[in-house]
Design a protein around this ligand. Structure first.
Ligand SMILES: Cc1cc2nc3c(=O)[nH]c(=O)nc-3n(C[C@H](O)[C@H](O)[C@H](O)COP(=O)(O)OP(=O)(O)OC[C@H]3O[C@@H](n4cnc5c(N)ncnc54)[C@H](O)[C@@H]3O)c2cc1C
Length: 443
């Protein structure tokens, strides 16, 4: 497949956000859309594991039911607090039923989400052109409203709107000269060193024996200095949930995990997770990892683009827009990243489609879109940092001081256990946690 010479809209990157944006524009009547991706085939990996209610609600692109059919709708998130509170209900998504038609957390591997989006893109007649790696942009010499996107192959495409959906290392963002950094870092700090939260090793695994029923739903285990998560997932159509995503905090004094943790490495972290206490004293030999379908390591950091919308040549040239990881990245805590990206994508379609239909040059709607999405990105960065804080990422084994006149030192994990004790007795709080995670009220 070859590249066209000209496109009204050129979407660079066919990850979840690029595909969702193409669908959103198509659904609103735009037909001159070109989608390109650097990779020969889609091989982005399992990565994000949940789709939240707000994302399903925002899916005016017609994929919500297909996603629900392919995933595991889950009503609650449970946690086991080894510090003393035992089994705790952290979030009750069922309580969202008066606010959404999707009162659940949809557990679904990103590979399946991308497969569903890809099927809808194909059904809409939109082709993803591969492998075409964008390497630069420049203003068009003759038509100042257009941008030329340069590809590694030497070809160029002239586009009126260029949408950078090309992930955290976005070539489009860099070529447009848009800064990308942690909003709480000093202005001169480079993005990669601006935040260095704990490392995690994660994998999609199967076990040699049937699992305790406690693992039938997403379960966090909170220990003095670490965090462990297990969640059952369906990776193939029609298959019961025999694959589990496990996320294991790597103890601070351990070496960095390997880039593709194998089953021995994951089993080692698994054995230290405290699951034996949570499952009523089963021996570790009962819970043995059989196969690792996918695995990786992750060091959470946060960055956000200075702007999600710009025009080249001091505001006179072609339009560049950023969505998804190209615009913001943060810790996977709370499963917010891909969800925010998908909602960026759907809302950009809504903002851009009327401009395309009327050939309007008014930038106000795009600027308003960009400002709103950036505000939401900042809010999510703060939110994920606070989740990490509660989980123990910042201060797991440390002391905090409480009290006014006579301050008293107390273990952070003890304070957290008190919080869990209260949370476990308050359905209202469990609903509030579900509401915050779901993204409802922000879209
Ligand atoms: C290890 C890991 C675990 C994660 N876990 C979670 C989680 O639990 N929950 C959660 O919500 N999020 C998680 N995320 C984040 C989530 O995966 C991303 O938010 C999501 O993939 C963003 O989608 P995207 O389409 O913006 O970017 P991407 O998925 O990165 O897709 C970008 C696409 O652009 C293409 N591309 C890149 N450069 C170019 C170029 N120069 N030219 C053309 N094409 C290009 C790539 O091939 C790719 O297909 C995780 C990420 C990682 C890495």
């Amino acid at each position: 497949m070859s590249l066209p010479e000209i496109a009204e809209v050129l979407i660079v990157g066919a990850g979840p956000t690029g595909l969702a944006c193409a669908l959103s524009l198509h659904q609103k009547g735009c037909r001159n859309i070109t989608v390109v991706d650097a990779a020969e085939t889609n091989a982005n990996g399992s990565r994000a594991m949940v789709v939240h209610a707000a994302t399903l609600e925002a899916s005016s692109i017609g994929v919500a039911q297909s996603l629900v059919d392919a995933g595991n709708p889950t009503k609650t998130i449970k946690g086991y607090d080894l510090g003393g509170s035992g089994l705790v209900t952290i979030a009750d998504f069922g309580s969202l039923k008066s606010s959404t038609q999707f009162p659940f957390l949809l557990v679904i591997p990103q590979t399946v989400t991308e497969r569903v989006l890809g099927e809808h893109v194909r059904a809409a007649g939109i082709k993803v052109l591969r492998p075409f790696k964008a390497v630069g942009i420049q203003p068009d010499q003759h038509d100042k409203e257009y941008t030329r996107v340069l590809f590694e192959s030497g070809q160029t495409v002239k586009a009126r709107y260029v949408i950078g959906a090309d992930g955290a290392r976005s070539a489009i963002r860099q070529a447009a000269g848009i800064e990308f950094m942690d909003p709480s870092a000093a202005p001169s700090a480079p993005a990669a060193s601006s935040e260095s939260q704990g490392q995690v090793a994660l994998g999609d695994v199967t076990y040699t024996t049937p699992q305790p029923t406690l693992l039938d739903e997403p379960l966090f285990i909170f220990s003095h200095d670490g965090l462990f998560l297990s969640a059952p997932m369906r990776v193939s159509e029609g298959e019961p949930s025999r694959t589990y995503r496990i996320v294991c905090g790597v103890p601070p004094n351990d070496k960095a995990p390997p880039s593709r943790p194998d089953k021995h490495y994951l089993q080692g972290l698994f054995n230290k997770s405290g699951l034996i206490v949570a499952t009523g004293g089963r021996s570790y030999q009962d819970i043995v990892i059989d196969k690792v379908a996918w695995s990786t390591r992750y060091r959470a950091r946060s960055s956000i683009a200075d702007t999600f919308f710009t025009r080249l040549e001091g505001g006179q040239g072609g339009a560049i827009l950023l969505i998804g990881d190209a615009a913001h990245i943060h810790s996977p805590a709370g499963g917010q990243g891909m969800n925010l990206g998908l909602r960026d994508a759907v809302s950009l379609g809504t903002a851009l489609a009327p401009l395309l239909a009327s050939s309007s040059l008014d930038d106000a709607p795009l600027q308003a879109w960009a400002d709103k999405r950036r505000q939401l990105g900042l809010a999510i960065i703060n939110f994920t940092k606070s989740i990490r804080g509660v989980a123990g990422g910042h201060n797991g084994g440390g002391m905090v001081w409480i009290g006014g006149v006579i301050p008293v030192p107390i273990q952070w994990s003890t304070l957290r256990s008190w919080g869990f004790w209260v949370l476990n007795r308050s359905p209202w709080l469990q609903g509030l946690v579900a509401w915050r995670l779901s993204g409802l009220g922000t879209i």
